[in-house]
Design a protein around this ligand. Structure first.
Ligand code: BMA
Length: 380
């Protein structure tokens, strides 16, 4: 009897996760999170999910208009992925560093999820030692917040707030909405207090592991997928230099932007191609999802950037998603810059010259927007 009961319980636990081949880093991840992770692997041959930061909150010349979306304005369909940002949450602020109220952010996350899209969250946390923003690299901040460091207790109090926010993300059935969490990104740069110029690999790994353990084991947050995310790297060893280990990471990604004048060189597409090659190989070996976590060309001054540069660089690499960075909203950015094309009358010379090119990307069938994402039933 006892044995039967035991087998029964075991069986019940196994049924919902049958056919789930890929293990999430959080061994207690919610069923929906495990399903999302595995469905994203299954979706790899279907195309690349297309995302945009702060998409539902604001765009050129508007903010907080219910139902409005930058991508939907451009192509008639919402994106498949919505990115949001936690910076200043740790200070108990009601609005984030880009002027998005956290309460609205929670509703936007629910809205994106109900459309069948996926959610990713970054965190430009303030410098815990100097009290300045994320771009202040002073104070050996990472060494100071890991276990044993002077500001460790402060960092724990910050994670308590992150946990409260994450635990407030529920769907209309009361289940937690899975989130791709991408803290301490672009660490191979030199502009954040967690970057490689001010933080050793050991310190970074200790920070990552502590963050993971604290959120999962202490705070019981079990609906996060963790995205590891350098900026530049030249080979697999370079990519893995700050890697905390397979048991702490679900997604392997990187950020890569276009700078300069792309009309006279092929640097962007060549480097993107090369790095995606390294990424997809290493991700396959480690059974992680490969993704381009941030990309774009500020104001898109090269009208064919989307097809001739971005799509060219991506080529046939199978990655889970790409994510365009945010446009400048009315308050933060003065409505003056953008990463996504726009049909708005705020563009001084009529329709955004890159718009038609973006439309070509949209109809290329290589990318997944709202409708296909919904058809893929990523959470079931
Ligand atoms: C950066 C810029 C900043 C913004 C930050 C966090 O790359 O867009 O303006 O505050 O991301 O979203």
């Amino acid at each position: 009897m006892k044995r039967l009961l035991f087998t029964g319980i075991l069986f019940l636990q196994i049924i919902p996760i049958m056919g789930q081949v890929y293990q999430t880093a959080d061994k207690k991840a919610s069923i929906t999170t495990i399903k999302l992770f595995n469905n994203l692997f299954k979706a790899l041959p279907e195309g690349i999910l297309f995302g945009h930061q702060d998409d539902l909150a604001y765009g050129l010349g508007w903010e907080y208009i219910p139902g409005k979306s930058v991508i939907q304005d451009a192509v008639g369909e919402y994106p498949a992925m919505y990115g949001w940002e936690l910076g200043d949450l740790e200070l108990d602020a009601l609005i984030n560093l880009d002027s998005v109220p956290f309460k609205k952010m929670t509703s936007f996350i629910q809205e994106g999820y109900e459309k069948g899209g996926i959610i990713t969250i970054s965190w430009h946390a303030n410098n815990p030692v100097t009290g300045k923003n994320a771009w202040d690299i002073g104070g050996n901040a990472v060494a100071s917040i890991i276990p044993g460091g002077e500001k460790h207790a402060l960092y724990k109090s910050w994670l308590d707030k992150v946990a409260v926010f994450m635990l407030g993300l529920k769907n209309n059935k009361g289940e937690y909405i899975p989130v791709i969490f991408r803290p301490f990104h672009e660490f191979t740069g030199n502009w954040f207090w967690w970057c490689q110029n001010v933080c050793t690999p050991e310190e970074y790994k200790a920070l990552w592991k502590f963050t993971f353990d604290y959120l999962t084991n202490t705070k019981q947050v079990h609906h996060l997928l963790y995205a590891y995310n350098p900026e530049k790297f030249e080979n697999e060893a370079g990519y893995l230099q700050y890697y905390p280990g397979d048991e702490y990471v679900d997604i392997m990604s990187f950020d890569f932007y276009q700078y300069g004048d792309p009309s006279n060189n092929s640097d962007f597409e060549n480097t993107l191609d090369k790095r995606l090659g390294i990424l997809t190989e290493v991700a396959k070996k480690h059974k992680k999802l490969p993704a381009l976590a941030e990309t774009g060309f500020l104001n898109i001054p090269y009208a064919e950037w989307f097809t001739k540069k971005l799509m060219k660089g991506i080529g046939n690499h199978q990655i889970s998603y790409i994510h365009l960075w945010r446009d400048g909203g009315l308050v933060n950015g003065n409505g003056k810059y953008r990463f996504a094309p726009s049909q708005d009358h705020f563009i001084p010379v009529g329709r955004d010259p890159s718009f038609m090119d973006f439309y070509k990307l949209y109809i290329s069938n290589k990318f997944i927007f709202e409708k296909k994402a919904r058809d893929l039933k990523l959470y079931q």
